[in-house]
Ligand binder design. Structure first.
Ligand SMILES: *Cc1c(COP(=O)(O)O)cnc(C)c1O
Length: 398
């Protein structure tokens, strides 16, 4: 199947098919318009691009390697590459977007940055970029996530950020996002730095744009290694969907199969999962129309995932559209399958993945490959932040 629709391009109002848009209080409308104008201007601005590319290369350490995994290739019967976003400064893909938006905020003369965070990776990336560019930084984080990702809370504080606990609902990412939006409404002068391809237009398009460096690099790295720029499959985990959007970006109009991996939690039918596209229906969440997990009264269902970064009841509108139109295949992976995959990768490749990324690795057991297929798995982050969770599971199996 070769796609002729450009799934990565929303219309002028920010709609990807039926999904997206900007469902926000009128009070915030000027902010979002100002942001959209700044983004459109900077995207084509040579000085901005130079500065952004320089930071990606010399501060983040890009390009991240495209690593051929002999073990995974032999075990699963395909040519399997890992895109090593875990090797970026601060340990995940989040820094690509945080730096892009901070440069934009600086040009918009904003001094105060607010952000929400789940696993803490976006909070750390934002606090890092704020330290670098001398911005004030406030990060909202679910109380439960502050416990399970304690090392990242310490990092943010050391970097000079103020971390505010979200204590409502499930005390996770959705609640932190609600708090950040509430703060933004009361402080419209602040720049809201969203960490995934969610939120009102232009955030999904802008975040995907800053993350698209991932698929751009994959293309040129594959030419070097395989003599062709287009892989057969790209696999990425999806919380909101920014690492997936970045890994898919330059392949939507190619024959590449795109596989989005959602958190199945304790099992899709267990009532404890974050398998949004399997369980969700259309609705509006955090300023954008998308697929989300909700009950008959339209109340958001509390999601569950062992990984804080995937513990979100919605999905970015780009993915909602591509999954609904069957351009992207959604698969889900349980907590246990993800932990098992993390140990498998660690013991055989010496790479401890983030729990989120482990979901992408775990799908290898669920797919049949042709032996000459080229498969790229986006290894979105490293596992340092997840050591206490891994430790618990390690003790229980040894
Ligand atoms: C935040 C995070 C994710 C999930 O966010 P996306 O926007 O879906 O990419 C996945 N992996 C890691 C390592 C993360 O930090």
């Amino acid at each position: 199947m070769i796609s002729t629709i450009d799934y990565k391009q929303p219309d002028e109002l920010g709609f990807y098919g039926d999904f997206g848009g900007a469902f926000i209080p009128e009070l915030l409308r000027p902010n979002v318009e100002e942001l959209n104008n700044a983004f459109l201007a900077m995207r084509d601005n040579a000085t901005f691009q130079e500065e952004f590319q320089d930071l990606l290369r010399n501060y983040v350490g890009r390009p991240s390697p495209l690593y051929y995994s002999q073990y995974l290739s032999e075990t699963y019967g395909a040519k399997i590459y890992l895109k090593r976003e875990d090797l970026n400064h601060t340990g995940s893909h989040k820094i690509n977007n945080a730096l892009g938006q901070i440069l934009l905020a600086q040009r918009m003369n904003k001094r105060k940055i607010i952000a929400e965070t789940g696993a803490g990776q976006h909070g750390v990336a934002t606090a890092t970029a704020c330290a670098l560019l001398k911005m004030e930084c406030i990060v909202f984080m679910g109380e439960k996530d502050m416990e399970r990702q304690a090392p990242n809370v310490q990092r943010m504080r050391m970097l000079g950020a103020t971390v505010i606990a979200a204590t409502s609902g499930s005390k996770t990412l959705k609640d932190a996002t609600n708090e950040a939006i509430r703060y933004w409404i009361n402080n419209p002068d602040a720049y809201y730095l969203i960490g995934s391809v969610v939120g009102p237009h232009p955030y999904p398009e802008m975040v995907a744009y800053f993350q698209s460096v991932i698929s751009q690099e994959i293309r040129s790295q594959l030419i070097e290694k395989e003599g062709k720029s287009v892989p057969d499959k790209v696999i990425a985990c999806v919380g909101g969907g920014s690492n997936a959007a970045g890994a898919f970006h330059h392949f939507y109009c190619e024959s590449t199969e795109l596989i989005a991996v959602e958190a199945g939690g304790m099992g899709v039918d267990s009532g404890k999962s974050a398998a949004t596209s399997a369980l969700g229906i259309d609705g509006v969440l955090h300023g954008s129309k998308t697929i989300l997990m909700q009950d008959e009264d339209g109340q958001v269902v509390e999601p569950h995932s062992i990984s804080a970064g995937l513990d979100y009841p919605g999905i970015g509108p780009e993915h909602a559209n591509a999954i609904r139109k069957e351009r992207t295949l959604a698969i889900n992976v349980t907590d246990q399958e993800a932990v098992d995959a993390a140990f498998e990768l660690t013991r055989n490749e010496g790479i401890i993945p983030a729990l989120e990324s482990a979901h992408a690795i775990a799908t290898l057991k669920k797919i049949n490959f042709k032996s000459d297929e080229i498969v790229v798995i986006n290894l979105s982050g490293r596992g340092d932040k997840d050591m206490s969770t891994y430790q618990k599971h390690y003790e229980s199996i040894s």
